[in-house]
Design a binder for this molecule. Structure first.
Ligand code: GLN
Length: 472
């Protein structure tokens, strides 16, 4: 059997007909993990109850009680709580932390009988865009191990690309699912803010965070989002499901492109590729129009005020007393300093300092509140443009995956890689990255680029439809 070609629907069919066993499928992924994990550093841990999970899923199938995801192997980002598992968030401070409960998304997947293979690597507390900020070493891009897989859901994307799981969950606060999906040639979706419960995900920027699926195909992605979406009493920002993915999708077949904003891309080949993608959509019956959304140039500065402010507040709970590791000092304050000083990595500390500064007395109006006001303005302008279109198109990233170490000395260069992804988190609307061509990086080597489709609030169905039309 060609396991690499399997998608969720095909696998479902084979499993339900008894032509494929869960054990066989899991063993295929385990074999790849065994062969490639040492080099790529994708999995942090494989779960010790894997055999039990396999048995339970197979029994569910044999009883004729399978759900759409029964027996489907998933890789999980380590900032999503699974009861009894070592949810480190890729941080030293949570090195020995065992999650005491299941995140809501995990509970939903467990009800389906999903197979959780293990926790995969990521940037520490989701802070990064390359996977290089993990306390447990960098992950490498399976398509070119000299390059980063993107981040912060580095291991989630790498696991799917290297056939170490059929699908993965990541989190996206400013691009952390779409950017690595783009770098690894996969489909990544950041749903509408509130679409998926955040209960059980280690909070980064609470007004921006979403848990998201990473998959090989658009259809797989849709299937998973449909399962994990919905209102949750444990997350007051979560929204009703309202059959958002079923029924006919009505499209105007009109798409907007903020070309003057996009044209700032330095890599001409990447820009060319984007234009080629627009042509392809035109050939598939879409009308493409340039729009003025120059206000998007403020999204990155707004993000780098709001996110660190919220992050510094959220990470205050890691004080060595309530969660995770403690480095004992001479008194309580000394303990606090020592625990946090040695427990957090450089980038996380940089952001805590930035956020604490932005929120400090006397500066709040100048930074946090100002960024908030600008956020509303961006939201309003975007909404106005969206009245006439199904979606806004942008590249997912300004370039292909960069080399390991290439940007790690220069945080600004690293932050610039998020230029096209942060807007949907700021506005709250959904966005999807779909594989959209490759460019040659070296002789004989091609790396993928993603096309990003940003839809209106709650209109994931349209976004998936456009992605399908683009691929057809
Ligand atoms: N790369 C972005 C950052 O470093 C996005 C992170 C994320 O989405 N979690 O903040």
């Amino acid at each position: 059997m060609n396991y690499q070609e399997l998608d969720i629907k095909k696998t479902r069919e084979l499993l339900d007909k008894g032509e494929l066993k869960v054990r066989e499928l899991v063993d295929f992924y385990l074999k790849n993990i065994e062969e490639k994990n040492e080099e790529l550093n994708v999995y942090l841990s494989l779960f010790d109850d894997l055999d039990e999970q396999v048995r339970a899923a197979q029994e569910k199938i044999d009883r004729g009680e399978s759900n759409i995801l029964t027996g489907i192997p998933f890789a999980i980002k380590p900032n999503i709580a699974i009861k009894g598992k070592n949810a480190t968030a890729a941080s030293k401070i949570l090195e020995n932390y065992i999650a005491p409960y299941d995140a809501t998304v995990i509970r939903k997947l467990k009800e389906q009988g999903v197979i959780f293979m293990g926790y995969v690597n990521a940037d520490e507390f989701a802070c990064g865009g390359s996977g290089e900020n993990s306390a447990f070493g960098s992950t490498k891009n399976p398509l070119d191990p000299e390059r980063v897989p993107g981040g912060s859901s580095s291991g989630s994307a790498a696991a799917v690309a290297a056939h170490m799981a059929m699908a993965a969950l990541g989190t996206d606060t400013g691009g952390s699912v779409r950017q690595p999906s783009s770098f690894c040639g996969l489909v990544g979706v950041k749903p509408t803010y509130g679409r998926v419960s955040r209960k059980g995900a280690a909070a980064m920027g609470s007004s921006l965070d979403q848990i998201c699926p990473i998959t090989k195909t658009v259809e797989d992605n849709k299937i998973i989002l449909d399962v994990i979406a919905g209102k949750d009493i444990y997350d007051m920002t979560s929204i009703e499901k309202d059959n958002f993915l079923s029924g006919e999708v009505q499209l105007k077949k009109k798409l907007a492109v903020p070309m003057s904003f996009i044209s700032t891309i330095k890599n001409e080949k990447a820009l060319e590729n984007f234009k080629k993608n627009l042509k392809k959509l035109e050939e598939n019956g879409y009308q493409i129009e340039e729009v003025d959304l120059d206000i998007l140039k403020y999204t990155l500065p707004v993000y780098y005020i709001i996110m660190p402010s919220e992050l510094s507040t959220n990470l205050a709970r890691y004080d060595g007393l309530r969660y995770g590791n403690q480095v004992e000092g001479e008194n309580m304050v000394d303990t606090y300093f020592k625990t946090r000083g040695s427990g957090f990595g450089e980038e996380v500390k940089r952001r805590i300092i930035l956020g604490t500064y932005a929120l400090s007395a006397g500066y709040e109006d100048q930074y946090y509140n100002r960024a908030g006001a600008l956020r509303e303005k961006i939201r309003a302008e975007f909404k106005k443009v969206m009245e006439n279109y199904d979606a806004v198109l942008m590249p997912t990233t300004p370039d292909v995956a960069f080399k390991l170490g290439e940007n790690s000395e220069d945080p600004i260069e690293m932050y610039l890689a998020d230029i096209f992804t942060v807007s949907s988190n700021i506005i709250g609307n959904p966005a999807l990255s779909v594989p959209a061509g490759t460019i040659e990086t070296e002789k004989g080597k091609e790396m993928p680029l993603g096309l990003q489709i940003l839809a209106n609030f709650k209109e994931e169905a349209k976004m998936y439809k456009i992605a399908e039309d683009f691929q057809s």
